[in-house]
Design a protein around this ligand. Structure first.
Ligand SMILES: [Zn+2]
Length: 127
């Protein structure tokens, strides 16, 4: 990606992550809103799957489909659609209540207060 194109993506939300709204720092990612779904092949020499340079939806590789994202949002979103990403985040509280003793203790002692609200991404608040 050309540096000038990367800057255009960065500027879309004034240097903020399109999803959580945090200030982007060095190492921020370019996310494709509708995922490209990169293809990986197993590399025997490296002992792992590596991106082979192709993807299932090359037509989605354009600035209108690209969002600036902090590394954690981009990694969490992975190759999912926006709605799948939203559903994944919505399910976190249930998972915390089911499986995480530290979370349940923090909640029991009033250190965590849950709210019931929909997941709204930062860029959606700007529309
Ligand atoms: Zn983020």
């Amino acid at each position: 990606m050309k540096k000038s194109d990367r800057q255009k993506v960065f500027d879309k939300y004034d240097g903020k992550c399109a999803y959580c709204g945090c200030e982007l720092v060095k190492g921020w990612h370019v996310d494709e809103l509708e995922p490209l779904v990169r293809n990986f092949t197993y590399n025997r020499d490296k002992g792992k799957y590596v991106h082979d340079g192709t993807c299932r939806h090359p037509e989605r590789l354009h600035i209108n489909n690209q969002n600036p994202a902090c590394a954690s949002c981009n990694i969490m979103k992975s190759s999912e659609s926006l709605e799948a990403f939203r559903n994944k985040i919505s399910a976190f509280v249930n998972s915390l209540n089911q499986y995480h003793t530290q979370y349940k203790f923090a909640k029991r002692y009033g250190l965590v207060v849950e709210t019931v609200k929909p997941v709204v991404f930062y860029f959606e608040t700007l529309i």
